[in-house]
Ligand binder design. Structure first.
Ligand code: ACM
Length: 782
């Protein structure tokens, strides 16, 4: 490797002045050096020289007649230039490309010998992409497209003179989309595939079945989709949403998606989750695959549900018939058969299953799952395929033929690699994008545990404990998007971007070129691309947080406050106003905390060094009213050992700007820190009645029940802690309708000074959940 973000030669650092790219950067006079060449993932080797190449309506994209790989990459490049810039270029087969052309060429003698590698050479005379194979040509086209789309503008542009030698670090650069919890249609899936291709990701793991839905048409078993693809969720129909929620892909649609992916060098790995997460299948065919003889409905509960596949011959015949259709649809070598979170209660309680275990000499239910997985692994192997499963498949002894996808940390991958099995790293602590990106109150639905951009970027798929031999079993890494809290395309976009940029760099770039500061410098171009492509990427990492660190009581007494502004990621400049105007690149730069007199409104935005706005304007009104109010997201945890979720009013509401409510599934309480109680006489709480749609399996015992005085329970206000003096008890109203909002008001006794408050719901834990939209302290005048 000759260059890296740490080792580029100064001589190669010039950027031509004619660059449109530089023009985009020029508003602040910033001159990008080679590290900031706007490419994500960063290529293995970049040498940049002075000069640039124009790409405009007259540019020819050329490939030699009969060079199919080059033709395909050329067609893709033209389509991407059209999509992002509105440029219409037609690829042409020719052996004599004109001056200034973009030429793609399959070349068995290309110097980059690594699998899927390529060379890209740009001079004022033209651009040349060469590779030994089709995928390399494709990735070369992606790199050129990234250079050509970095300004986010329409029409003609320039790309810098550069010589790139590049290849992927890992063969498995994956993204999983769960379409079972919320269904995402073919158009949404294709958008994800487009984005994957633009990030050089190459495995689309399609989570097609779960307790809450079966999403793939199986001709032999029509009830899988007639029944299994639909559910009637809690609160269905309340806000004009349909009564029945669901959807599925026909086999024709699946073929279309597989072909669309293949054209982007993406392999689609289907997942049918088994033996657990099987409720939709059992709902469709209880007599064929069920264990208990029950006829459950498709589940409406997120989490872990009890239904398992049976292990008798009927069940295997069913699964194998399903797999026959799946293998006919998906050319992927790997078929993912889940294996996660299969609580074994039904197997334990079934005399037939126990008898089968005894007859097979299998010692426990984990070993039975291993046997189940092994048998299906053999079936796939007989058809030239391979089984991959979540790391629970290790628990009863690793099935002989299986590869492992590690999600509960990296330990499963390490253990499997040490046993000579191939592994993919998708550890929840780094790669689960259903976790929110910050603790900001303006994040949408999601898990309240935070997975921020920098943490994703810091993940290393090859554990230090692996020998070089064992490390060869690390196929790569994968980001996952579980969709309990991802009901719409906008939610997908918010969750994926820009964290997928960080993930892509881990998966593609050599370890020694990865560099966080360099990554940040390359993000403004990505922000511009996202805007050009109408992708609603999250701006969380750069969103200004407008803080008041002094006690509210002091601010109210003084009539003034000190404002501190920060961002999660330190990058660029925060600019702000206090006169109500929207901050632009000319607004005052934030340097240190500043004083304001109440009432006031502080508005802030973050700008990259090149002037790109990295985050939408955030505003904070600072007056008596807002100082005495805490919204959901501004209340804090009231107990340890929480399972925090940010929920919409109803589980399937698709709007991005819908109200959300933070809850702790285990403790129905919230803390209002340092409430200024001097002169406070009352409290007003905006409450929502929410679905308690969670399958907690063995974790159910963690749900704490607080004693109620009335049938529907109360919202209790305690002083200092939840065990402190009871200041008020506001009865929750009768009624069951989910998604309903109401206001509870009550008096508070005179208490002096600042105190934390605990707000606690005593609603029975067998009924709905309650969420707090806001809590407002009121004085005599309010
Ligand atoms: C998983 O998150 N249950 C694989």
């Amino acid at each position: 490797m000759t260059v890296g973000s740490n080792g580029r030669k100064p001589a190669a650092r010039h950027l031509g002045r004619r660059l449109a790219l530089a023009a985009a950067l020029a508003c602040t006079g910033g001159l990008a050096h080679a590290d900031a060449l706007p490419l994500i993932p960063l290529p293995a080797d970049i040498r940049q020289t002075e000069g640039s190449l124009a790409i405009d309506a007259h540019t020819v994209i050329a490939y030699a007649p009969g060079d199919r790989g080059a033709e395909a990459a050329a067609v893709y490049l033209a389509a991407e230039l059209k999509r992002s810039r509105g440029l219409s270029l037609t690829p042409i087969p020719t052996r004599q490309p004109p001056h200034g052309a973009i030429v793609l060429r399959t070349d068995p003698a290309t110097r980059v010998t690594q699998a899927d590698g390529y060379t890209l050479d740009i001079t004022g005379d033209g651009a040349r992409i060469a590779s030994r194979g089709d995928a390399g040509l494709f990735y070369g086209a992606v790199t050129l497209w990234q250079l050509a789309s970095a300004d986010g503008q329409q029409g003609a542009t320039h790309v810098p003179d550069v010589a790139i030698r590049d290849w992927p670090r890992f063969a498995w650069r994956g993204l999983m989309l769960d379409v079972a919890r919320h269904f995402h249609d073919v158009a949404a899936v294709k958008q994800v595939l487009d984005a994957m291709a633009e990030h050089k990701l190459n495995v689309f793991h399609w989570h097609l079945s779960d307790d809450q839905g079966w999403r793939i048409q199986i001709r032999r078993y029509p009830r899988l989709t007639d029944v299994g693809a639909w559910r009637t969720p809690p609160g269905a129909g309340t806000f004009g949403e349909p009564e029945r929620y669901g959807g599925f892909y026909t086999q024709e649609q699946i073929r279309d998606v597989v072909a669309y992916a293949a054209a982007r060098h993406i392999t689609v790995v289907p997942e049918l989750d088994m033996p657990g997460h099987a409720q939709a299948a059992v709902a469709a065919y209880p007599e064929l695959v069920g264990v208990t003889g029950e006829h459950p409905a498709v589940s409406v509960d997120w989490g872990v549900n009890p239904y398992l596949y049976n292990v008798d011959d009927k069940s295997f015949t069913f699964i194998e018939n399903v797999l026959d259709e799946v293998m006919a649809l998906f050319p992927s070598t790997y078929i993912h058969l889940g294996g996660d979170e299969a609580v074994k209660d039904q197997w334990k309680q079934s005399p037939a299953v126990q008898a089968k275990m005894a007859s097979l000499g299998i010692k426990d239910e984990n070993a039975l799952q291993s046997w189940f997985t092994d048998r299906l692994g053999d079936y796939l192997a007989k058809h030239g395929r391979r089984l991959i499963g979540w790391d629970e498949i290790l628990e009863g002894g690793l099935p002989r033929t299986a590869s492992v996808m590690s999600w509960r940390g990296v330990e499963g991958a390490v253990a499997a690699a040490k046993q000579d099995h191939d592994v993919v790293l998708a550890p929840a602590g780094w790669m689960y994008f259903d976790n929110l990106q910050s603790d900001r109150a303006d994040e949408p639905n999601g898990r309240l545990s935070v997975l921020d951009l920098k943490r994703v970027y810091g993940f290393e798929p090859v554990d230090a404990s692996l020998t070089p031999e064992q490390a060869r079993h690390v196929l790569g890494t994968e980001a996952t998007l579980w969709s309990e809290f991802i009901p719409s395309t906008r939610h997908i976009q918010h969750a994926l971007f820009p964290r997928l940029d960080a993930m892509a760099e881990i998966a593609w770039s050599p370890r020694d070129v990865r560099n966080w500061d360099s990554f940040l410098q390359r993000l403004p171009a990505q922000v511009r691309r996202y805007a050009a492509l109408d992708i609603d990427a999250s701006d969380t990492a750069f969103a200004p947080g407008i803080h008041l660190d002094e006690p509210v009581s002091g601010i109210l007494r003084a009539g003034k406050a000190t404002v501190r502004i920060d961002t999660q990621v330190t990058f660029g400049t925060i600019r702000y106003t206090t006169d109500g105007s929207l901050p632009d690149t000319q607004a005052k730069a934030y340097a240190a905390p500043f004083d304001v007199t109440l009432p006031t409104t502080v508005r802030a935005a973050t700008f990259a060094p090149d002037g790109t706005r990295m985050a939408a304007v955030r505003s904070r009104v600072i007056d008596r009213d807002t100082l005495l109010t805490r919204r959901t997201g501004e209340l804090t945890k009231c107990a340890d050992g929480s399972l925090g979720l940010r929920m919409p009013l109803l589980p399937d509401l698709g709007a991005m700007d819908t109200a959300v409510f933070d809850i702790d599934l285990f403790h129905a309480c919230w803390a209002y820190p340092a409430a200024p109680l001097d002169g406070i006489t009352g409290i007003r709480v905006d409450v929502a009645r929410l679905a308690r749609n969670y399958g907690l399996a063995h974790e159910l015992s963690k749900v704490v029940s607080y004693p109620a005085k009335t049938a529907y329970g109360e919202l209790e206000i305690h002083q200092d802690t939840c065990a402190g003096p009871l200041l008020a008890s506001l009865p929750l109203p009768p009624g069951k309708s989910l998604g309903e909002r109401f206001v509870l008001q009550g008096k508070l006794p005179a208490v002096r000074g600042d105190h934390d408050l605990c707000l606690r719901s005593t609603a029975p834990i067998t009924g709905p959940l309650y969420g707090l939209g806001s809590v407002k302290l009121t004085g005599p005048a309010q």
